[in-house]
Ligand binder design. Structure first.
Ligand code: PLP
Length: 439
């Protein structure tokens, strides 16, 4: 009997045996196409020798040394490389072990920044209803996914949530896309004024919403208006690129598509590409200077901050992404994947929307295309789809409808950037089988 505490206690999962390229294999020898990179993690696929060799080399040198005594070459080089590719103004990197930790660090740094500069009255965070920012209590409080929050809500710090920017569900028929983006962005200003002009710490958002919505980018102009509002009221803009960052959308940072610069940005998943657990919180020179000139101490830390082995892995991953042309490949293959999904599923009576950026794609399923009516949640279509796709040898990341009960079940695809055109056909074919068996 296994003593591992699985997420679903009644689950009966196969045992993974090995990974090679875009495939995973279980102990019976069954092959699975990793169409979602787990949860948008495995951007390089499995068994990449450059990354595994970098890890082995670091293990032979020194696996771990605590950051209160030492820095390390991999940590320094990784931070330099991240800053080289980061949005303008971003100047410092805090290395953690995953996405939730990166978001916790972001939230705490944002609060401490205002304490240091003499604005301790700022204590509110604003985020969006369609969002997930991690499972630790602070990150969970920030996220707007009711299902995830509900059991823990008495323990959560009060955060308020405005509408997401979700064109398929939110745009009125009689408004332009641009007007829609401005309308929902302006909800931020209304909320800041409601809470008190100088009482908000930060606005938090994913540039492309991942797990809770199924690869939903904002419409053009939305984030520019958000940035303007943040600047006007001295509110920090924290972008959560844990899922959509590190090349997944076809740019190293997803915010590059928006032409805006965050004050703080969190990355994880693709940074370690699954070879090591690692995340990073990056902040602007202004925020760093406030701490440096103030208390001189970011009141935070975890034992494994800046873990040398994890940093060595991430450095090898980032080098492959940036110097090996993989981000450009992701953009190009992403366009092909979108076209293939459109060709095959756009006319399907239960496909409402096909969306995303790069190799980060979502398909939303509806019972009725005309009214966009979702399937009833009791049907648990996402769970059936996951099972049928898995049986057909495809790992994808389906999720049930959330956001005020108005969103349909969706499938999230986030395959490794190394995939070739035949693999795109394989995803589509296996998805077709899963859909036929599930509907
Ligand atoms: N933020 C976003 C957007 C995520 O998608 C996730 C995980 O799915 C997290 C934060 C939390 O990251 P982790 O699971 O590595 O703690």
């Amino acid at each position: 009997m296994s003593h591992v505490f699985p997420r679903h206690t009644k689950s009966n999962l196969p045992t993974v045996a090995r990974g090679e390229g875009v495939y995973l294999y279980d102990t019976t020898g069954k092959q699975y196409f990793d169409g979602s990179g787990g949860a948008a993690v495995s951007c390089l696929g499995h068994g990449d020798p450059d990354v595994t060799n970098a890890i082995k080399k670091q293990l032979d040198a020194v696996a771990f040394a605590h950051t209160s005594f030492f820095t390390s070459d991999p940590a320094e080089q990784l931070a330099d490389k991240l800053i080289e590719h980061a949005p303008d103004g971003i100047d410092r990197v805090y290395l953690v072990s995953g996405g939730s930790e990166a978001m916790e660090a972001a939230l705490k740094l944002a609060r401490q920044y205002f304490v240091e500069i003499g604005q301790p009255q700022r204590c509110h965070i604003i985020a969006r209803r369609q969002s997930y920012h991690g499972n630790t209590l602070g990150a969970l409080a920030t996220g707007g996914n009711e299902w995830r929050r509900a059991p823990f809500s008495p323990l959560l710090v009060e955060t308020t949530h405005i509408s997401p920017c979700f064109e398929y569900r939110g745009k009125h028929d009689d408004e332009t896309t641009l007007d829609y983006g401005l309308r929902v962005a302006n909800e931020l200003e209304t909320e800041i004024l409601r809470l008190g002009e100088d009482s908000v710490i930060a606005f938090v958002a994913e540039p492309v919403v991942g797990a809770t919505a199924g690869a939903v980018p904002a419409v053009e102009g939305y984030f520019k208006r958000i940035r303007e509002i943040c600047d006007q009221y001295g509110v920090l803009l924290i972008l959560d690129e844990v899922m959509c960052g590190m090349g997944r959308t076809g740019k190293i940072f997803a915010s590059e598509h928006e032409g805006i610069h965050p004050d703080i940005v969190a990355v994880a998943k693709g940074l370690g590409a699954g070879y090591q657990p690692i995340g990073a919180m990056l902040c602007s020179a202004k925020i760093y200077a406030a701490i440096e000139d103030g208390s001189g101490f970011f009141q935070h830390g975890h034992t494994y901050v800046g873990h040398p082995t994890a940093c060595a892995a991430a450095l090898a991953v980032l080098t492959k992404l940036t110097d090996g042309g993989l981000v450009e490949r992701c953009a190009a293959k992403g366009d092909l994947l979108q076209a293939a999904l459109q060709n095959t599923f756009a006319q399907h009576p239960n496909v409402g929307d096909i969306r995303g950026r790069g190799l980060f794609r979502g398909i939303e399923l509806v019972e009725d295309r005309e009214s966009k009516r979702p399937f009833s949640p009791e049907r648990r279509l996402h769970a059936t789809l996951k099972k049928e796709a898995f049986n057909a040898g495809l790992i994808c990341y389906p999720m049930g409808g959330t956001i005020d009960g108005k969103q349909g079940d969706h499938i999230l695809l986030a395959p490794p950037f190394i995939l070739d055109d035949n693999h795109i056909d394989e995803i589509v074919t296996k998805l077709q089988i899963a859909l036929v068996k599930s509907l």
